[in-house]
Design a protein around this ligand. Structure first.
Ligand code: HEC
Ligand code: HEC
Ligand code: HEC
Ligand code: HEC
Length: 408
């Protein structure tokens, strides 16, 4: 069309924001795409306000896309909240484009900052303003409704063409309403309207007609837009995947907490057994998870069991995100599940070598000696010796540590 006609303006009637919150990113993506397509002006539909005025303003500023609406006012300043209109020089013609919304608009989260004034009042003022500034042609992007728009352009002189929107069905052939050519592109952005205006010597519109059609395969892809779509989709899928993973983790951690028998984590024990907990923090048991992170084996199931609480057990460690409190070797590895506290707190209590050798055995600790090792972690020992030793060993380079013991 640009090639064929030379003097072309490209506009969008607005109402392009997504309907559900999870697709919020579509909003800025659409604006980027319209910018790439060289859209001269964009109207504002009800859904475009659903993320609030600040968001819309931010995206408008970011993309530099002119969103126009002459009767959507900032409650404080009583000036158009976005911009009322735009004037484009197209060839040797000045085209004034303005937008309107219905006064029945649901302002959603923007209702405290916005107000809508009567569309016909705003239309009269804006048309006069545009003509004064030399606009030969005036276009209206209407989100006022079908009948209401038709009445409005019949009553307000000087609008050469209108895009009729808001619950307006598609009508293939546009029509003249008094001196205005109206086009009806329908909902969902599947259609394109071409409005052709014939100008007189003074560059004012004299006649016109409009037609609505759908882009066929003969209209190829625009590489910049294709690129934009691809990078948007990649980013969006990645985001959805992350949201999905978060959800899964939350559900898992819920199922852990809902299990009547589950591990509590040292933070809970600490509330009452402060001294033991403080001392435990001076032992390398309290950083056993970090050890796996340091050697990048925190995603290796074979490694996790002895470095966390209750791995693969109902009510035990599932993953760092699902059960963040159950990493490390903690109180419950030696004393038992916290939800059975009454049982182990009252019965005569003794921790034996067997408790230790569930982890300190075989390849992982071939030289384990209970009598020698127990004093190193006993609650009376606050020397921090095991942590110091760990630092020395880990300092040697993690590679050798893994080979040394994790090769099973
Ligand atoms: C609400 C406070 C509270 C919390 C939380 C708590 N305990 Fe206790 N714990 C007690 C009390 C009180 C006793 C009994 C002390 C006594 O009789 O000398 C006890 C006893 C114990 C004993 C036995 C002590 C002994 O002398 O043999 C162990 C072991 C123990 N708790 C471990 C834990 C662990 C592990 C956790 C966390 C999963 C935990 N406690 C959480 C209050 C608590
Ligand atoms: C759930 C498994 C598990 C249990 C049970 C366990 N430990 Fe450990 N222990 C570890 C892990 C893992 C480390 C290494 C921590 C690190 O540095 O990341 C460790 C480190 C140690 C260290 C310091 C390193 C060394 O070998 O000198 C001592 C001492 C120790 N444990 C003693 C004990 C004793 C005594 C018991 C029994 C009362 C015990 N542990 C029970 C897993 C366990
Ligand atoms: C059967 C229990 C068990 C499994 C499985 C296990 N570890 Fe350990 N790990 C231990 C114990 C016990 C220690 C402490 C003994 C020691 O330091 O030699 C330890 C210590 C370590 C240390 C040294 C920390 C320090 O304080 O010096 C590293 C690193 C480590 N483990 C990594 C791994 C990796 C990687 C895997 C998987 C390939 C793994 N562990 C699997 C029980 C286990
Ligand atoms: C590596 C094993 C191990 C870990 C981890 C551990 N304890 Fe103990 N705990 C013992 C041993 C051993 C005793 C001495 C009593 C015995 O021999 O049964 C003991 C005793 C206790 C006692 C009895 C009073 C005392 O101080 O002797 C309490 C209470 C206690 N631990 C709470 C905790 C709490 C809370 C944590 C976590 C912050 C914790 N323990 C972590 C092994 C452990």
């Amino acid at each position: 069309m640009r090639k064929e006609y030379g003097q072309v303006v490209v506009v969008d009637n607005g109402g392009f924001f997504p309907e559900d919150d999870s697709h919020r990113d579509v909003a800025w993506f659409m604006m980027d795409a319209m910018k790439v397509l060289g859209t001269d002006a964009v109207g504002v539909g009800e859904r475009d306000l659903r993320f609030g005025l600040a968001y819309l303003r931010l995206q408008t500023k970011r993309t530099g896309l002119p969103l126009v609406c002459a009767n959507l006012m900032d409650k404080k300043t009583h000036k158009p909240a976005l911009q009322g209109y735009v004037i484009k020089k197209v060839g040797d013609v000045k085209v004034g484009i303005f937008g309107l919304v219905t006064d029945k608009l649901d302002l959603g989260p923007a209702k405290d900052s916005l107000e809508v004034i009567a569309p016909d009042v705003a239309a009269k003022q804006t048309v006069a303003l545009l003509r004064r500034q030399g606009a030969g042609v005036v276009l209206l992007l209407s989100q006022v409704g079908k009948v209401e728009t038709e009445d409005l352009v019949a009553a307000v002189d000087g609008i050469d063409a209108v895009m009729v929107g808001r619950n307006t069905p598609i009508i293939q052939k546009g029509r003249m309403i008094k001196n205005t050519v109206a086009c009806y592109g329908g909902e969902q952005g599947q259609y394109l309207c071409r409005t052709e205006l014939t100008l007189d010597a003074k560059r004012h519109a004299t006649t016109g007609d409009a037609e609505t059609f759908i882009l066929g395969p003969e209209v190829g892809e625009k590489p910049e837009v294709q690129q934009l779509v691809k990078s948007f989709e990649d980013g969006f899928n990645e985001k959805l995947r992350k949201v999905e993973m978060e959800k899964e983790a939350q559900e898992k951690s819920k199922s852990v907490e809902n299990n009547p028998d589950h591990y509590l984590g040292a933070e809970v024990c600490e509330r009452c057994h402060t001294e033991e907990a403080q001392q435990w923090k001076t032992t390398s048991h309290s950083v056993a998870w970090q050890t796996l992170v340091d050697v990048k084996k925190d995603a290796t199931p074979e490694c996790i069991g002895c470095h966390v609480v209750g791995f693969n057990q109902a009510g035990g460690f599932q993953s760092a995100s699902a059960t963040p409190k159950l990493g490390n070797v903690q109180c419950e590895n030696c004393h038992g599940m916290g939800t059975e506290h009454d049982a182990f707190a009252s019965a005569p209590h003794h921790i034996t070598e067997q408790t230790c050798t569930t982890c300190h055995h075989g390849e992982n600790d071939p030289e384990f000696n209970f009598e020698k090792k127990l004093p190193l972690i006993a609650h009376a020992n606050t020397s921090g010796e095991t942590l110091k030793n760990r630092k020395v060993k880990m300092g040697q380079g993690s590679g050798s540590m893994i080979k040394e013991h994790g090769s099973h």
